[in-house]
Design a protein around this ligand. Structure first.
Ligand code: LMR
Length: 397
């Protein structure tokens, strides 16, 4: 039965991580997959998370299934984190949230919902976008296409081209927008550009599906939710896939959600039931632990403050690393301008390096970045920064 099966090509991000693990060179540096690392190069468990886990071990009384929509307390709390405590969409019952195994499953459930209910058959993604977006959407049966995003330098937004492209998208199609900290580029639209995106969405009547995986890594928790909140406040219906992998450091616990904001409470309730039907046919119901941690932290004032402090520390460290990378590269190649790296937001920087230069980084210098030129800034530290700067300067010369 399996004679004709060919090996799958390596995944653009996770496949590189596997090659890195096999690389015997001691000096190797991994700047591929989007996980936060501290100065010692490890991905820490946040203190607030550890404390929440201690409490859960004491108080948890059952491991029985969650419902298809997950933990209602988690759903309520992350919906408020997303839309704001007093959002009209919440008080009017027009926003529904279900817990999903990570933001990726949030995207998949949203896509399944769109296809199963005949809402739409096509989704448009920025070019470039997260390497897995097209896979997830196509697996659900959506056709995918792209809209313009970057200028010729490959490191900054071409706002006019993006808006022109978004204006061509037909009514009824879906547009995948990155709520903040665009992955892979770190290049976000300005507040004025968001005003125009919202205007185009309203005029052209396409549906935004917003991927929000890095809330808190750009400017702050509320600031990073502004794009979502402005879409909702402008009266748009939206789907949002939100992830708690990065901002709570819960990567392996697969903790995410999908939220739908609709025009009425009745529609919201029908949409919620269809999202749950999509869950049932995929994985039945979500895992419990990560969501219980998030709900515990958000419910307790002191744990919440502790978490906010730890989130701010991660954000500040990445910002500092951006400046150090700019300084390191500028001192080696003074004729080049690297300040775009400081203007980019979140965990990633789109370096503008070509695939060939990226390959040379790997083979000649044991520095791993994603082939699109994406660098995980959070993987830099005092002991690898000089090596990385030397390697990038060498391939750029
Ligand atoms: C990334 O973009 O590196 C992360 O979102 C991890 C992943 O699953 O690709």
């Amino acid at each position: 039965m399996f004679e004709s099966i060919q090996p799958a090509p390596p995944d653009a991000i996770l496949g590189l991580n596997e090659s890195f693990q096999k690389d015997p060179r001691a000096e190797k540096v991994n700047l591929t997959v989007g996980v936060y690392k501290d100065e010692s190069g490890t991905t820490p468990i946040l203190d607030a998370v550890k404390e929440a886990e201690r409490r859960l071990i004491e108080t948890e009384t059952t491991k029985s299934y969650l419902s298809m929509g997950g933990d209602p307390d988690f759903n309520r709390r992350v919906r408020a984190l997303l839309l704001g405590e007093d959002a009209a969409a919440i008080t009017e019952g027009r926003a529904v949230t279900i817990q999903t195994p990570g933001g990726t499953a949030g995207l998949r459930v949203a896509a399944d919902f769109l296809v199963r209910n005949g809402v739409s058959r096509r989704i448009w993604c920025s070019r470039p976008t997260w390497a897995n977006h097209h896979n997830v959407f196509r697996s659900a049966g959506l056709d995918t296409d792209h809209y313009a995003y970057l200028d010729d330098s490959g490191t900054r937004l071409d706002g006019a081209a993006m808006l022109e492209s978004l204006r061509q998208i037909p009514p009824g199609d879906v547009v995948c927008l990155h709520g903040c900290c665009h992955n892979p580029t770190g290049v976000d639209p300005t507040a004025e550009e968001w005003t125009e995106i919202i205007e185009v969405a309203r005029e052209r009547r396409w549906l935004p599906l917003i991927d929000l995986a890095y809330q808190g890594f750009g400017e702050g928790l509320d600031a990073d939710a502004q794009a979502v909140r402005r879409c909702v406040n402008a009266g748009l219906e939206v789907l949002v896939a939100h992830s708690y992998s990065k901002n709570f450091g819960l990567y392996a616990e697969r903790t995410g959600a999908v939220t739908a904001v609709t025009a009425s409470a009745d529609q919201a309730s029908a949409v919620e039931s269809q999202l749950k039907a999509a869950v049932r046919s995929n994985y039945s119901n979500p895992p419990k632990h990560g969501a219980a941690i998030v709900a515990t932290i958000l419910a307790d004032d002191s744990l919440r403050q502790q978490w906010l402090g730890e989130l701010a520390a991660m954000r500040d460290r990445i910002r500092d690393l951006r400046s150090q990378l700019v300084a390191g590269l500028t001192s080696r190649l003074p004729d080049r301008d690297f300040h775009f790296i400081e203007a980019q937001k979140g965990m990633f920087s789109f370096s503008g390096l070509t695939p060939l230069q990226v390959d040379r980084l790997k083979t000649e210098h044991a520095v791993y970045i994603v082939r699109s030129g994406r660098i995980n800034i959070a993987g830099l530290n005092a002991s690898n920064l000089d090596r990385v700067c030397d390697a990038i300067a060498a391939v750029l010369k």
